[in-house]
Design a protein around this ligand. Structure first.
Ligand code: NAP
Length: 489
């Protein structure tokens, strides 16, 4: 099955931070793949902008190298590289000074088409960029800005950032990226929930025992130690990615699939979240396993602080206090240096009210698992009779609801989250982007938890690299008579 590609209109995209890690790893190779797929018109223009002094040819070479390194198989197979590179330009610019702004203004003059400005720079520069775009007359009605995480480090800083951007741009021009929302399966989750009669009547505390969300990484902090140690799993993963997934799984059906209808419903979920008590949360910090220490140092060695109290793992239980979900716990878990790289949402349904089968026939709960990475897909565990003679024995078989062909097993039709989101920016579709009030509400929920740790000088529990977190995280589930799903690659 070949996916249908709907080309976007010609556009100008300026990537501030166009020489940075994110631009090279995700944004530029993603744009190339969209070009190869026929979604980007020849008349589109992409302008890299950063302080480094280089000419267009040197920048095109950098882009080509990035495609080689990060573009995957499709990028290697696509023979449209020269045509793509012709769309690329470069302007040396300083977000905090005057260098380059006149050149950018000249380049963006009077085209009358979509202008997108991607702020792929440190958040400390967001305000400078927004201000200068306005000063130089580029913050007009056609302009959109794309901002990266982290969006603040608490409610106060997020409010300040929102206020700064709002001084120059309307909310409908601001695209706050959470790349988890660009994943195929996340949208499929909405299709499954709201496109079928089957699930929605059961999607509540009467039928759902509990919901788990796990985002497990095998990598440690790597070269990001300094940044990560000021942040930790709560700020880096839970406040944004896990919270967004929680919203999509728990929200009421929006009246329409349009940006504000969807985001209104997500906001209601965040506002209905119960505060988390200290005994409902487990913080962890990975430690090196003897013999592997030189290759995989422990967290404190990696961040260069022998007394660091930052968590690299978090497991928590929360409730959503509304009619649909009162009584159904939501368990969230994320961590670095875990046993496998895996992101999965699991909806565990309750037992049937009564079993008509003999006790030794076995009994299974329906489990819907929505897997975001790797191997995106949705499966539903269904109980059937074990085939063959020998009486009634029940087994649990997975009903695969992933349209495997559409995702392309070889990845040929696979659209990376960044690719999808950038095309949504060009189309002007904000459905999969966070609104300012959502981000603030999420910080309002996480702030008291973080403040509690700081007040108590809370020290995270150590866990071995390559394990699935401290034993207390398992205890968090077991005392409720439940278990985490296995973290499987
Ligand atoms: P990076 O590798 O440090 O790149 C920063 C970019 O900003 C460089 O191109 C740099 O180029 C440019 N820059 C710095 N100061 C500038 C100034 N005064 N004026 C104009 N350009 C300036 O950072 P990154 O990893 O790409 O991250 C960019 C943003 O994305 C950050 O907000 C980060 O939190 C976010 N993010 C990154 C990732 C990731 O995987 N990398 C993932 C999620 C979010 P010059 O030095 O040449 O100016």
């Amino acid at each position: 099955m070949v996916s249908r590609v709907i080309p976007v209109d010609p556009f100008d995209l300026v990537i501030f931070g166009g020489t940075g890690d994110l631009a090279r790893r995700k944004i530029l190779p993603g744009l190339f793949r969209r070009f190869c797929a026929g979604q980007m018109p020849d008349a589109a223009r992409i302008i890299g902008a950063a302080r480094s002094d280089m000419d267009t040819d040197a920048y095109r070479q950098m882009v080509s190298d990035a495609i080689d390194e990060f573009g995957g198989d499709l990028a290697k197979e696509c023979d449209a590289r020269d045509a793509f590179l012709k769309l690329i330009g470069y302007i040396a610019i300083d977000a905090r000074g005057e260098t380059g702004w006149a050149d950018l203004q000249e380049a963006m003059k009077g085209k009358g088409r979509v202008e997108a400005y991607y702020f792929s720079v440190s958040p400390a520069l967001f305000g400078d960029l927004a201000e200068r775009l306005q000063q130089w007359g580029m913050a007009d009605e056609d302009a959109r800005i794309v901002v990266e995480k982290p969006f603040g480090r608490d409610l106060e800083t997020a409010r300040d950032l929102n206020a700064t951007l709002a001084a120059y741009f309307d909310e409908h021009q601001i695209y706050r990226i959470d790349h988890y929302l660009g994943k195929e399966t996340v949208q499929n989750l909405m299709a499954v929930r709201f496109g079928n009669m089957l699930f929605e009547p059961l999607w509540n505390s009467q039928y759902v025992d509990h919901i788990q969300i796990t985002v497990a990484e095998t990598v440690g902090v790597g070269g990001r130690g300094e940044y990560y140690d000021k942040s930790g799993a709560m700020r880096d993963m839970v406040q944004n990615h896990l919270m967004q997934l929680l919203c999509l799984i728990a929200m009421e059906p929006p009246a329409r699939f349009d940006p504000d209808a969807v985001r209104d419903e997500k906001l209601k979920v965040i506002r209905a979240l119960d505060p988390v008590e200290s005994y409902e949360i487990v913080r962890g910090q990975y430690q090196a396993v003897p013999m592997e220490e030189s290759e995989h140092p422990g967290y404190r060695t990696a961040v260069g602080d022998a007394k660091s109290r930052t968590e690299s793992f978090l497991a928590l239980k929360t409730h959503i206090s509304n009619w649909r979900w009162a009584g159904t716990p939501f368990y969230l878990r994320t961590g670095k240096r875990m046993s496998a790289r895996s992101s999965e949402i699991t909806v565990v349904f309750k037992d049937t009210p009564h079993s008509i089968f003999a006790e030794d026939a076995g009994r299974h709960r329906n489990v819907l698992s929505i897997r975001l990475q790797p191997n995106e897909g949705i499966t539903l565990g269904v109980t059937i009779k074990e085939p063959g003679p020998g009486g009634m024995r029940l087994i649990d078989v997975p009903l695969d609801m992933t349209f495997a062909d559409a995702l392309g097993e070889d990845g040929a039709d696979h659209v990376d989250a960044y690719e999808r989101l950038i095309m949504d920016v060009i189309r002007g579709n904000q459905t999969l982007f966070m609104r300012g009030d959502e981000v603030e509400a999420a910080w309002a929920w996480t702030d008291p938890i973080i403040e509690g740790w700081e007040l108590r000088h809370d020290v995270p529990k150590p866990y071995d690299s390559g394990s699935d977190g401290p034993t207390d995280a398992f205890e968090l589930m077991r005392r409720d008579g439940r278990d985490w799903r296995e973290v499987s690659p």
